[in-house]
Design a protein around this ligand. Structure first.
Ligand code: SF4
Length: 217
């Protein structure tokens, strides 16, 4: 078994299923992926609750909502002016594609890599957010990389300082079958690992479920 597969099984045995990504609709998950940048999920939940309470969590309502009003509603998520503008930028691109149906289903029925290019062309949407949208909202088989992923890989000598986002992504995608459920769970488990064991300072290697599985530690 590939070491990244073995690591997955050990993490899953230890932490159990993580049930990501919380959200009642595809749009809610997509909005959450933008709002979660540089904040924790509790703050994102408050912002999403505000959007629901104001009755604007639909493509139609969000696209006509002025950016300053949107910013006020998502204030709990932090960087609210920036995030409101990012959401508006994203909605503009989506709007061109979904105007006829007011549904994201047609948008996400497109080819994964052309969708990824479209998302990356939106100002303020980087690879991690684009891939989170694709995996969690679009149910597309693409691995999401974040700081926790990098830390875990680099501490075990699996990537170098210069490794790009796409190189790290490819490590996982080459080692694992292209399954949405697996990519979903693995990313969530790496977040748990980073928060509980593979911390930025003082990693808890002695107690870590991956201790002994991988080179370097
Ligand atoms: S063994 Fe140490 S370095 Fe490796 S994942 Fe666990 S905490 Fe991080």
């Amino acid at each position: 078994m590939h070491r990244l597969q073995a690591a997955y099984h050990n993490l899953f045995d230890y932490f159990g299923p993580q049930h990501w990504w919380p959200g009642d609709t595809t749009l809610e998950i997509l909005v959450g992926a933008v709002l979660t940048q540089n904040t924790n999920w509790a703050n994102v939940s408050k912002a999403i609750a505000n959007l629901k309470q104001e009755g604007v969590l639909s493509l139609e309502a969000l696209s006509v909502l002025p950016a300053d009003q949107l910013a006020e509603m998502i204030r709990p998520s932090g960087y609210f002016n920036l995030k409101a503008q990012r959401l508006k930028n994203l909605l503009t691109v989506l709007g061109e594609e979904v105007a006829a149906t007011d549904s994201l289903a047609d948008f996400f029925s497109q080819d994964l890599f052309s969708l990824r290019e479209k998302l990356l062309s939106v100002k303020g949407i980087g690879p991690e957010t684009a891939d989170s949208i694709l995996l969690y909202a679009g149910q597309k088989p693409i691995f999401v990389v974040d700081t926790y992923t990098y830390r875990f890989l680099s501490r075990h000598g699996l990537v170098g300082e210069e490794s790009s986002y796409e190189e790290m992504q490819e490590l996982f995608m080459a080692a694992l079958p292209a399954e949405v459920g697996l990519y979903n769970e693995y990313h969530a488990l790496l977040v748990c690992l980073g928060k509980e064991f593979c911390k930025k300072n003082d990693p808890r290697c002695e107690a870590c479920p991956l201790q002994g599985d991988l080179p370097g530690h």
